[in-house]
Design a protein around this ligand. Structure first.
Ligand code: SF4
Ligand code: SF4
Length: 314
């Protein structure tokens, strides 16, 4: 997990591959609002292009395959993991382990054998969901993952008893403790953070983790709301061929407003955005929106932040 986290901070070394919006579990807090009948791969030719684009990125070392639950898309998962592994990328899979009913299908074992690390998500919402994943299923998933030779990370919500339960399930697994996210269905459950001045926020580290979706939509970061279509259009691009992907990612890296957020933090946007804000993303969205209509303000903010005037806005 430490190595995966390290590579997430290296520009170009990692990305998230969002394989499907679909998931059968139905957690009440799902930050991407995944549903059993949610949208999923329809255009297989486009999907093949997108996978080939990711596999062909020379500097890319790790692909984090997520969703929805990637295991719900058997054909897409087999194709994507096979292509990424063949291209020498380390594959990290995010799943709830809902699929671990004995006997576990052979194709799942084959996918896991090509996978470096599996993040198994578990918390009280997963257990209580309509098609919930209880301790027995979770244990079977953990055993299957370890039998296949993968590293195992248990990802738990920061709630009472979660760490102890995870340690009991698998004492040797790495543990990732995450905060509740007020996004997707979670926005109705978890209170948003209180508003704070812009200067309280550091720079955005998630700009090193762009997200490529199965339908060719590419996001500058792995923010769940942005991945699922919220926020300014400037945070997304649409690719149609494998060759479109590298320029789309380069476009995000060259974007002057995102450079301010990623290199200097939201305080550098103070000429563009009125504080206080609840999250760094709120400032980022307002800044990206403002830049779309006011390039002169961007030029002033950029010079103030000391990163030089962006091309086209001098
Ligand atoms: S298992 Fe994950 S993707 Fe599926 S509904 Fe729950 S939180 Fe969402
Ligand atoms: S600050 Fe902007 S780029 Fe960073 S995660 Fe939030 S929306 Fe994405």
């Amino acid at each position: 997990m430490a190595e995966a986290e390290r590579l997430r901070r290296v520009p170009g070394a990692s990305l998230a591959f969002f394989l499907t919006d679909r998931c059968p579990v139905g957690c009440g807090h799902c930050s991407v609002s995944a549903r059993v009948d949610g949208p999923t791969i329809r255009d297989w030719e486009l999907f093949g292009e997108v996978v080939a684009g990711v596999a062909g990125l020379p500097e890319l070392r790790v692909v984090a395959v997520t969703g929805g639950d990637p295991f719900v898309e058997r054909r897409g998962l087999i194709h994507a993991v096979g292509a990424f592994a063949a291209a020498g990328k380390a594959v990290v899979l995010f799943t709830s382990g809902y699929w671990a009913r004995p006997p576990v299908p052979g194709w799942i074992r084959q996918v896991l054998e090509l996978t470096s690390t599996v993040y198994l998500s578990t918390d009280s919402y997963h257990a209580a969901a309509a098609a919930g994943v209880g301790p027995q299923r979770l244990r079977a998933a953990a055993e299957t993952v370890l039998d296949a030779g993968c590293h195992l990370v248990l990802q738990v919500l920061d709630e009472p008893g979660a760490i102890e339960a995870a340690r009991e399930l698998c004492p040797t697994a790495d543990l990732s403790v995450i905060a509740p996210l007020p996004a997707g269905r979670g926005s109705g459950l978890f209170a948003p953070a209180p508003a704070r001045p812009l200067r309280d926020f550091g720079r955005c580290g998630l700009l090193n983790s762009p997200t490529v979706r199965y339908d060719g939509r590419v996001s500058a970061c792995c923010n769940e709301a942005v991945i699922t279509g919220a926020g300014p259009a400037g945070l997304r691009r649409q690719v149609r061929t494998a060759a479109d992907l590298a320029p789309a990612l380069a476009g995000f890296r060259a974007d002057p407003a995102l450079t301010l957020v990623g290199r200097h933090g939201p305080a550098a946007l103070s000429l563009l955005v009125d504080g206080p804000v609840r999250t760094i993303c709120q400032a980022c969205w307002a800044g990206v929106d403002r830049v779309a209509t006011d390039p002169a303000a961007l030029a002033a903010a950029t010079v103030l932040a000391g990163v030089g005037a962006p091309d086209g806005a001098r």
